[in-house]
Ligand binder design. Structure first.
Ligand SMILES: [Ca+2]
Length: 189
């Protein structure tokens, strides 16, 4: 069926209008995603480069040997830095301090030799949050452990790893890096 020119033109205009609406909604959403709202409700547009970039990745950095055992739980200090964007992880203390409120992803990996027990804990502000555990058993060989989680952190919150009492973990920085601690800011809140 042939449409009269006015109806045909009207449909073309309606289609164009719908596209404009969609582009407008996308534009508003993008603006909101790039908007920083202060305590008074004022909105300031920020560019991608203004977004805080926070990430770190570190290994124990020891040469073919174990850390531990100690007769008390001990903070692990990962000294070999692969990345430390913003320098919010301190390789002298093993502590990561959140510079902004947001959602962070942490992972940790460890290697435990022979029949030794190996317990590694992730702490947030002194509270144990996650762990890996390799129990001692006869005839047991080396094992690897890993864990990870997403945490909502406030400014100044601290995240770090700890070695369980009377256990040990192993690393070899000669191309192995078996025991690492890693974190990245997913997005601010
Ligand atoms: Ca084992």
């Amino acid at each position: 069926m042939r449409l009269c020119p006015i109806i045909s033109e009207s449909r073309v205009l309606q289609t164009s209008l719908n596209w404009l609406k969609i582009k407008c909604i996308i534009g508003i959403e993008n603006s909101l995603n790039n908007c920083q709202i202060d305590c008074h409700g004022a909105c300031t547009l920020i560019s991608f480069t203004d977004r805080p970039m926070v990430a770190f990745s570190a290994a124990l950095g020891i040469k073919a040997g174990s850390i531990g055992p100690f007769n008390t739980e001990t903070t692990l200090v990962y000294k070999k830095i692969f990345a430390n964007i913003g320098n919010h992880y301190k390789p002298t203390t093993g502590i990561f301090t959140a510079p902004v409120r947001g959602l962070y992803h942490f992972t940790f990996y460890c290697h435990v030799t022979g029949a030794n027990p190996g317990y590694v804990f992730l702490y947030k502000n002194g509270e144990r949050i996650a762990a890996t555990a390799d129990h001692a058993s006869s005839g047991d060989r080396a094992d690897n452990g890993s864990n990870g989680l997403v945490l909502m952190l406030e400014v100044g919150d601290q995240v770090y790893m700890s070695l369980g009492t009377n256990s040990r973990i192993y690393d070899d920085d000669n191309g192995y890096n078996l025991s690492t601690f890693n974190g990245i800011l997913l997005f601010t809140q």
